[in-house]
Design a protein around this ligand. Structure first.
Ligand code: PBG
Ligand code: ZN
Length: 322
């Protein structure tokens, strides 16, 4: 026999030597939900192991994470006043702005702070933009998103991450940041984001479900792979620093294809539904949590993602799964 691939699978030493994909702590971004008030660490029912934190408790938890090497976080604001025009989203004293200021004050450059830029948690109707005549108005939404990104940059965010899927928002955010002296604030675009049922648990966590209709007039149709690539390449042209595919598990083909068509770093978002399905199945004893989590993480890396945004990040690093 000329080919015996099993030779290189004989023991762990040789398997490790020929492993094509490696993971490192540096690849992980851990998401947080931050809310008003004090001393709040409220478990989110739909996402076992994830909490709503007030800023004081957030700081404590981030400190714990930093000790084990989680040095990149993604912040979502929860529980702000909801209005038609999402004015609380770009308030200089929004919960996210406050959290960023306090985190950067406390941890400085030890901690890299990324903020989610989208208005669905700040609008009465829960859509990711400004709703008029029952349609999410693209250009008016872009104006608000640019203001929100600027408010986060002014608070000290290292990177902003628009997740709304309006057309032209990356360019508008880039221009607004540059005009105001934030040319070094980076943009990680949720560049290929699908209209997905996998966001279910998150919408409970962020209280951001659309009160009527769905997000299909702005998020992408999951039947489309060519358009998926086009969406990301448009954002590259608009000045995005990092491109992202979201969700991750059902879209490994999209990650791979993007990898072959851009020179920018690629992130993937292992979203709430993907996370909670694993947690619940593990709790039921149907799967081994560590093994299934790591199999998923290697799949993202193998597909071509260099940055993995995941609620599993803390377990992976704290429990020594790497
Ligand atoms: C807001 C936003 C969503 C997620 C990240 N930013 C929800 C949505 O678009 O409905 C999903 C994250 C997750 O499911 O973990 N636009
Ligand atoms: Zn949104």
């Amino acid at each position: 026999m000329l080919h015996r691939p099993r030779r290189l699978r004989k023991n762990a030493i040789i398997r490790n030597a020929v492993a094509e994909t490696r993971l490192s702590k540096d690849m992980f971004v851990y998401p947080y939900f931050v809310t008003g008030g004090k001393n709040i660490a409220e478990p989110i029912k739909a996402m076992p192991g994830v909490f709503h934190f007030s800023v004081d408790r957030l700081i404590k938890d981030v400190e714990k994470g930093l000790k084990v090497g989680i040095n990149k976080i993604l912040l979502f604001g929860v529980g702000e006043v909801k209005t038609k025009n999402a004015s609380s989203s770009f308030d200089k004293n929004s919960i996210v702005a406050k959290a960023v200021r306090e985190l950067k004050n406390r941890f400085g450059d030890e901690l890299y702070v990324i903020t989610d830029v989208c208005v669905c948690a700040y609008t009465t109707h829960g859509h990711c933009g400004i709703l008029e005549h029952e349609y999410v108005q693209n250009d008016k939404s872009v104006d608000v998103l640019a203001k929100m990104a600027l408010a986060h940059a002014q608070a000290g965010a290292d990177m902003v991450a628009p997740s709304d899927m309006m057309d032209g928002r990356v360019l508008a955010i880039r221009q607004t940041l540059d005009k105001n002296g934030f040319e070094n604030t980076a943009i990680m675009s949720y560049s290929t984001k699908f209209a997905s049922a996998y966001y279910g648990p998150f919408r409970e966590a962020a209280d951001s479900s659309p009160s009527h209709g769905d997000r299909k007039s702005y998020q992408m149709d999951f039947r489309n792979g060519r358009e998926a690539l086009q969406e990301s390449l448009i954002d590259e042209n608009e000045g995005a620093d990092i491109l992202m595919v979201k969700p991750a598990l059902a879209y490994l083909d999209v990650i791979r294809e993007l990898r072959e068509n851009t020179l920018l770093p690629i992130a993937c978002y292992n979203v709430s539904g993907e996370y909670s399905m694993v947690k619940v199945a593990a709790k039921q004893g149907l799967v081994d949590e560590q093994k299934i989590v790591m199999e998923n993480m290697y799949a993202f890396a193998r597909a071509g993602a260099g940055i993995i945004i995941t609620y599993h990040a803390r377990d992976i690093v704290e429990k020594g799964w790497l």
